[in-house]
Design a protein around this ligand. Structure first.
Ligand code: ATP
Length: 253
């Protein structure tokens, strides 16, 4: 069988003595949006953060098993974690622009990864990123203003622009709309849909409506186990497992 873009096999995560994920086997397909859903504490964020080794920042956190991206073992000790996180970008729950200008927020990653060779190239790349994030028209005339002078929804799109600037293979999103109002949420959802032609996206969401609107694949977690994964339409209309059925109908969670 052809290998999936991201492949977890027998993945376990512990925080100290406590096991948060149990024997996860999950395939994530390239250039699609995969939603991770499930009740609070089921391990969605832990799995998401395992993909770019963000959990390494938590000293008591331990991963075992296999997690491959494009055939490369993410937990191979030889992996350069900084390079990995450029390849696997992350957008967080609360927009967290750097205390710098709009331009600098996007240019920063390009600079530290040495991805441009001239000022013009940098300016072009920043413009391309802001366009990709659907923000260019709103900020083109105020690139020197601080990133945090934007509205919450614009700040989140700025964070997405910053992430796409370095052209990652994968974008991880941890409840990216939970701090946004419905209009800003709709813009970010449209943006996610347009980004999937170029990027593989994995998103944690508490909103089943959002998962149904924006994802092609859905993985349902419960108590640290992956219960079911499939095409979003199947998982929501015809789930295989009773626990999934109970969650989507509001009986658990
Ligand atoms: N830094 C940490 N230290 C210790 N335990 C943790 C830590 N982060 C998460 N956990 C535990 O791991 C389990 C899974 O948590 P995780 O945040 O992955 O769940 P989640 O499904 O994303 O929850 P939520 O929807 O509430 O964000 C929980 O029992 C949680 O208490």
């Amino acid at each position: 069988m052809e290998q999936s873009f991201i492949e977890a096999r027998g993945a376990n995560v512990h925080y100290g003595e406590k096991q948060a994920l149990f024997d996860i086997n999950l395939d994530i397909e390239e250039k699609r949006v995969t939603a991770l859903i499930g009740p609070s504490g089921c391990g969605k964020s832990t799995f998401l953060r395992a993909i770019n080794r963000m959990n390494d920042l938590i000293p008591i956190c331990r991963f075992d098993g296999s997690l491959q991206i494009a055939g490369q073992e993410v937990y191979d000790p030889a992996v350069d974690v900084v390079a990995l996180r450029a390849q696997v970008g992350m957008v967080f729950q609360k927009p967290n622009p750097f205390p710098k200008s709009i331009f600098e927020n996007v240019a920063y990653g390009l600079k530290i990864h040495g991805m441009t060779s001239s000022k013009t190239e940098m300016a072009d790349r920043v413009e391309w990123s802001l366009k990709s994030a659907g923000l260019w028209d709103e900020v083109a005339d105020r690139l020197e203003q601080p990133g945090n002078s934007l509205s919450g929804g614009q700040q989140q799109r700025l964070c997405i622009a910053r992430t796409v600037a370095v052209e990652p293979k994968v974008i991880l999103m941890d409840e990216p709309c939970s701090a946004l109002d419905p209009i800003a949420t709709a813009k970010v959802e449209d943006l996610i849909d347009s980004l999937r032609k170029d990027f593989t996206i994995v998103i944690v969401t508490h909103s089943m409506q959002q998962a149904a609107r924006i994802s092609q694949r859905t993985a349902f977690f419960h108590l640290g186990k992956l219960i079911e994964v499939g095409d979003t339409s199947d998982v929501f209309t015809n789930p295989r497992e009773e626990q999934t059925q109970n969650y989507i109908t509001g009986r658990i969670g």
